[in-house]
Write a protein that binds this ligand. Structure first.
Ligand SMILES: Cc1cc2nc3c(=O)[nH]c(=O)nc-3n(C[C@H](O)[C@H](O)[C@H](O)COP(=O)(O)OP(=O)(O)OC[C@H]3O[C@@H](n4cnc5c(N)ncnc54)[C@H](O)[C@@H]3O)c2cc1C
Length: 445
């Protein structure tokens, strides 16, 4: 009689096919691995949609500059990224779109009292001078500046003394860290703001090209429409249970990498030690709703030339961007069309999620028209995407949680943007750390 060798044991099962899980799979490609993704496509928060001849990034829009890990990853995969050559500083405040070519001119035009303009100018100068290098680093747990910015909320740090300055800093905070300035450690909005002011790149064809390229590299080791229900440590192995096509399956592996937003981790990883469960429970995610409007005039008609991202103060949307910025003028001239993207976060996003998609798009179109009245009558079509787990704001105390958030439990490893910093850069850095934990890293030695 043939002897039963028992179930096959894989090297690693990766749970979640966003950029973090896909990056781990990409580098572990020569091992016996399996990646399980709940949706019918991989990409997670990087998925894009075609609108006319343009692209609407439903999630991530920009790749940070050359000091990020995403940039070399895109380059290695042959994904073209174009520098967003911003020549104007814009903001929408008190019913006015302000754009200026220099910081002093921008400051001067802001609808603020002279005292507030001086306070803001001084504060921005100091932030750039003292904290400009934060754009290059992941949070360094021992760096006194990082510790300081993590011990105070943004509103305490900037000391916004007037309602106008408070509204302005709240917009910065919502646009970068998804919650108002009194609910977030200054570190998160300020490090992201510094990124916004530095070089940013747009992925040609949309951000999804990047994760599709990763997906293509390991397609035969990926199952989509495969939702993981349970991850259980069993001796020196991990057993992963998932459902695909209404069939429940189990698979065993020597390691498991959980590449999901924090709130999705605890419900599926069995017997989490209390220190891990406690750390994860303190990591909340805020929702984001993004929408795009294809327009019958080029985006520049509404925003002017050289304008990429317009923060909007005191509005249900937190910014308007021009996703056609890096597209050739030939397309703009031939089609005569433009595209604008808006997004709402937190409570505003929750309100939109309670509506039908049609109602939500109507509400967002109304907000866009309140910012740019010329948009009225020029909307050809629109598109909407809700993200329940849009991003994780760094609350006070988050920095101290980092070691516990990152630590493996048994043979289960944890990655995803929230475990490192934020955004795709955080996600790819987290993949690099997990690759090291598995003896296959870092991503770029
Ligand atoms: C609107 C918006 C704009 C953004 N803009 C930027 C930007 O400009 N630049 C930037 O760098 N970042 C940006 N980000 C953030 C960036 O998109 C994320 O940080 C990054 O994509 C997160 O990748 P991840 O792999 O950690 O998680 P995710 O992309 O969330 O991947 C998790 C994956 O797990 C899957 N999954 C969930 N549950 C299960 C389960 N039970 N079983 C199997 N699979 C499961 C999900 O379907 C998903 O594919 C933005 C995000 C949003 C929402």
């Amino acid at each position: 009689m043939a002897q039963d060798d028992g179930p096959k044991v894989l090297d690693t099962v990766i749970v979640g096919g966003g950029i973090s899980g896909l990056t781990v799979a990409y580098r572990l490609g020569d091992r016996d691995i399996l990646l399980l993704e709940k949706e019918d496509v991989c990409g997670g928060r990087t998925i894009s949609r075609k609108m006319g001849e343009y692209v609407y990034n439903t999630g991530a829009q920009v790749v940070n500059g050359d000091d990020s890990l995403v940039a070399p990853l895109a380059d290695e995969l042959g994904i073209k990224r174009t520098l967003i050559a911003k020549s104007k500083m814009p903001i929408w405040m008190k019913g006015k779109l302000i754009t200026a070519s220099s910081e002093p001119a921008f400051l001067w035009q802001l609808p603020l009292s002279l005292g507030d303009k001086l306070r803001l100018g001084f504060r921005m100068f100091n932030i750039k001078r003292k904290y400009g290098k934060l754009s290059k680093d992941l949070p360094d747990l021992n760096d006194p500046k990082t510790i300081k910015l993590n011990a105070t909320t943004l509103s305490e740090f900037v000391g916004a003394s007037s309602p106008d300055l408070k509204a302005l800093w709240d917009t910065v905070s919502l646009a970068t860290a998804l919650v108002p300035s009194d609910q977030v450690a200054a570190y998160h909005p300020l490090s992201t703001l510094i990124h916004f002011m530095a070089d940013e790149y747009y992925v040609e064809g949309g951000t999804w090209e990047l994760t599709k390229a990763l997906w293509n590299q390991t397609r035969d080791k990926i199952k989509v429409s495969a939702e993981v229900l349970e991850i259980a440590q069993q001796g020196d192995r991990v057993q992963v249970t998932y459902v695909q096509n209404d069939q429940t399956e189990t698979v065993q592996a020597h390691h498991c990498v959980v590449a999901l937003p924090a709130p999705l981790v605890a419900p599926i990883v069995k017997d989490l030690p209390s220190w891990k469960a406690g750390a994860l429970s303190k990591v909340d995610f805020s929702p984001i709703t993004s929408a795009a409007f294809l327009l019958s005039k080029p985006s520049e008609y509404f925003l002017g030339e050289g304008v990429w991202r317009v923060p909007t103060v005191g509005c249900a949307i937190v910014s308007v961007t021009n996703p056609t910025f890096t597209f050739p003028s030939e397309i703009k001239e031939r089609t005569g069309q433009g595209l604008l993207r808006v997004y709402s976060v937190g409570r505003e996003s929750e309100k939109l999620m309670e509506m039908s998609d049609g109602e939500a798009l109507e509400a967002l179109a109304g907000e866009l028209i309140s910012v740019l009245p010329e948009v009225k009558g020029n909307i050809i079509t629109s598109s909407l995407k809700h993200w329940i787990h849009g991003g994780s704001p760094w609350r006070l105390g988050r920095l101290q949680l980092v070691p516990e958030i990152q630590a493996p439990t048994g043979n289960v490893h944890y990655c995803g943007d929230y475990t490192a910093g934020s955004g795709m850069d955080g996600a790819v850095h987290s993949a690099s750390r997990v690759l090291e934990e598995l003896g296959a890293g870092p991503l770029f030695p």
